[in-house]
Design a binder for this molecule. Structure first.
Ligand code: FES
Length: 164
């Protein structure tokens, strides 16, 4: 009879991403300093680092789960939550802040009905804040993926979101 902990694995047998993960771990297994590149590639496969992925990386590289979790939470590059298709970044650098970035952020939270660092339930948008992105002349500024929007007002937010 199967133990409960194996049943989780059974369900994931049909998910080809876990096969890719096992191949990835096998490729790095004997290398020093493998953890960060493995997590990086694992995040490319899954879009984020769910607990089961962290567990398999820990088992595969033979390091404590707490160490994997520590690295995954330390670097902002890694995400423990699912990410949306489009990433919104609201600049909260000084120039943007004094020109009303707070109101832009509040409007986005209202319009998307989520808080900072969350993703809309349909998986479309993830809302984040950033530091200065070097476009202070256009403050307040936000980015959506590679696109930059400047001289923002809360009134423009709805139209901009509708383009995605
Ligand atoms: S402070 Fe926002 S772009 Fe520089």
């Amino acid at each position: 009879m199967l133990e409960a902990k194996h049943c989780v694995g059974c369900r994931q047998l049909n998910d080809p991403r876990y096969e890719q993960l096992e191949e990835l771990i096998a490729r790095y297994k004997s290398q020093k300093g493998a953890l960060i590149p493995v997590l990086h590639e694992a995040q490319e496969i899954f879009g984020y680092l769910p607990e089961e992925v962290q567990r398999r990386v820990a088992d595969g590289l033979d390091i404590p789960l707490s160490e994997v979790y520590g690295v995954a939470t330390f670097y902002s590059l890694f995400s423990l939550k699912p990410r949306g298709k489009h990433k919104i970044g609201v600049c909260l650098g000084t120039a943007c802040y004094v020109r009303g970035a707070g109101a832009i952020l509040a409007e986005l939270e209202k319009e998307l009905d989520i808080k900072v660092n969350d993703t809309t339930p349909d998986g479309k948008f993830t809302l984040e804040v950033t530091r200065c992105i070097g476009a202070c002349g256009l403050a307040p500024v936000m980015t959506i993926d590679e696109d930059v929007f400047g001289r923002l007002t809360p009134e423009r937010i709805k139209d901009i979101l509708a383009r995605y």
